[in-house]
Design a protein around this ligand. Sequence first.
Ligand code: ADP
Ligand code: GN1
Ligand code: MG
Length: 369
Amino acid sequence: MNDPLPSGFSPWVVAEQFKSAGAVVDVQEFGQGNINSTFLVTLDTTTDQRFILQRINTQVFQQPQLVMRNIRTYSEHVCQRLQTDDCQRRWEVPRVLLTPAQQDHWISPNGDFWRAMSFIETAHSLQAIATPDQAEEVGYALGMFHHLISDLPAEQLADTLEGFHITPQYLQQYEQVQATQADLTPEVEYCLQFIGDRKRDTNILEAAKADGKLQLRLMHGDPKINNILIDTDTQQAVSVIDLDTVKPGLIHYDIGDCLRSGCNPLGEETEQWEMVQFDLSLCQRILQGYLAVAQSFLTAYDYDYLYDAIRLIAFELGLRFFTDYLAGNVYFKVKHPEHNLNRALVQFKLTESIEAQATDIQALIQSLR
Ligand code: ADP
Ligand code: GN1
Ligand code: MG
């Protein structure tokens, strides 16, 4: 079953391990993440008054020490690069906070794995994009993220989540749980049919990787819009957070994930799944924001596979949600038993809308090359 929330061990007690000074005066559950348990801790100090405390979901991240090592390697590299790059805008990297024993995590007596990160102040994340300007900022954020790690060799980070975004492997997992499937409601039948119609098309990015057309690089892995922070005063993007899946992979997984989440104005949690559409004008602005930074390191093949990435990552997420629904909601946190089914329907409708606009999306990509 899901990692339960709240934990058996009080985050108030854990917060003591990571505070640098003062007293803990408040601890609140925070954010909308689907994997970890996140808390915002407030201290009675005048500086560094707040920090983020997280209990890592160790059913998902089975080697959390490696996750922390990756995050530290990543953030040391990026902080150094920001000092030498002539960056004109605010850009923040969350800092890993250490315990009094200089550890980047603390294991509570009941075996839970906890870590803390500095809080990025005067910023917020979006659950859905509301304006074209926000879209451009989201694209810029992903471009900036890729730019800042483009000179960190991929071998320096460990693979902390094997099989992540390897669509054919998700299909295998689906085929294993399909036998145990739930009631054949019309929604379940729609999902079964939807996957059945597309299961021969899941290998395109992996084949391009195997053929050497797409290179293994460092990626974020999870740059959906609520992992991008926007400055509350300037409305400019200032950070990409949720660094647990920064590891070797394809930047196409990131571009696909950012676009599938950014171009769905109803948001991925909507219950109006039948109304979900992929918004081409938001796609244009996200890509423009992204390419303003990323054009310099994209190859011709990278452009060739952008459309496939957008379509595949939306489909893949639908497949992952639906598989989790069939498996009894063991991976993504849910608020009710049909939650993952609803999320899957949203992603499949989005995939359908992407497919229906394939020619226009391809033409847009062509015009931006
Ligand atoms: P999950 O892996 O469960 O998605 P996240 O690391 O994304 O967890 O954290 C959940 C939410 O907490 C984020 O969507 C964001 O709103 C907030 N958050 C996390 N880290 C920070 C940070 N360093 N500064 C500000 N907000 C943060
Ligand atoms: C999870 O942790 P969160 O909520 O940022 C998931 C992503 C999915 C996303 C869908 C490690 O991200 O892959 O795209 O849910 N993260 C992991 O909302 O599986
Ligand atoms: Mg997150």
